[in-house]
Design a protein around this ligand. Sequence first.
Ligand code: NAD
Length: 435
Amino acid sequence: MQISIFGLGYVGCVSLGCLAKNGHEVIGVDISSFKVDLINQGKPTIIEKDINNIILEGFENGRISATECPEEAVHNTEISIICVGTPPSTNGHLDLSYIFKTAEQIGKALKTKDSFHTVVIRSTVVPGTNYRYGKIVEEFSGKKRGESFSVVSNPEFLREGTAVHDYYHPAVTVIGGDNTYAMEQVTAIYSSLQAPIEITDVKVAEIIKYVNNSFHALKIAFTNEIATICKALTIDPFKVMELFCKDTRLNISPAYMKPGFVYGGSCLPKDLKGLVTMGHDNYLDTPVLAMINSSNEQHKKKAFELISSTGKKKVCLVGLSFKEGTDDLRFSPYVELAETLIGKGYHVTIYDEYVRLSKLIGANKAYINERLPHLSEHLTYNLETAISENDVVIISHKNFDAQTYRHLLKEKTAIIDLARIHELETLSNYEGICW
Ligand SMILES: NC(=O)c1ccc[n+]([C@@H]2O[C@H](COP(=O)([O-])OP(=O)(O)OC[C@H]3O[C@@H](n4cnc5c(N)ncnc54)[C@H](O)[C@@H]3O)[C@@H](O)[C@H]2O)c1
């Protein structure tokens, strides 16, 4: 394939070399004549393991060249991969001016190109950039997206220092677009890599890099806070984290990583608080750990705000225990939500097939007696009337499928979904807690 690469920095230079090594003819484009000259002498623009040989080899077998002329690059290639910088502006936004400049340049070049052209945004950009990029290309080319060109989002995940290795061994290749032909072209570029290719929505492809890097930052800060507490308690943090990583069922795994409602129950809040207190007792500040609870509280507030925004006062909560399939009410966030609603004058009906007042014992019974002493007045064992006789249905658990709800819901009943019953999302009066 003939491919042009806009931007010959870290990402662009590695892409140039690796694509040429995979047999493609690659033209690099940069506004820096110094970088263009380096490539045209068979030299890389960056210092990275293995990159010298890869660029030299590609240059010597005629697969690599560079130019300062965007038009020349666009006219001689089918695909342009955008790897220009997206530095932060002083107020924290991304400076997308380099990105949009390439859109103008490619748009102008496409005015005089007859064949279809695919633009691939490899740089890290905010959601919505792909769409804006297409508009600029349309404006400068006078051509239509989808007919004469397409814009595909394909974020880069390499890390400096291991960039060439990372290029050839990505965990996953993400491709987001709205044109089948263009996405097939981009898929073909990566077909030689031993990594799954995920085709997804444009905006999902645009945001994923932010999500990844924010999580990586969170992992580092979390680990360092754990280590700081361990040090104060003369515990070896390396042994702790090594052990932590051995649990690939709950720790290093997709567990708990589905959007939903808050954590609660008798363990997570207690143990998190206990750990933060261990830090406090040793005069340590652990802001990441300390703020987890604030984030959880914020999410609780969001649920109440969604309910109050319906303007309706007759609500029904489907699911009360901290987790479905149990009658454990201790520190259940749904008990707290019910408490808030009752306190604010809502008429609250509660249905939970696992909660039988007569069977509650010990700490569970003591907890609910303290938090919701009049639970019996709110509890019903009839799902049908609970749903059909109220104006808002709050779904806490996933016990019932969409069919059951659709069958019982009145036309104007508002649904506040904390658990995600996917098939209800199309209803006009449906609101997911964070989707
Ligand atoms: N460096 C990394 O480790 C890494 C990893 C993944 C993703 N990214 C993302 O990839 C993008 C590029 O990062 P980088 O580190 O390679 O940037 P960089 O600053 O090293 O290189 C950017 C290059 O783009 C050139 N450029 C600017 N405007 C141009 C134009 N109109 N035409 C052609 N060239 C132009 C610049 O001269 C420069 O050589 C950024 O969005 C970055 O966030 C970087």
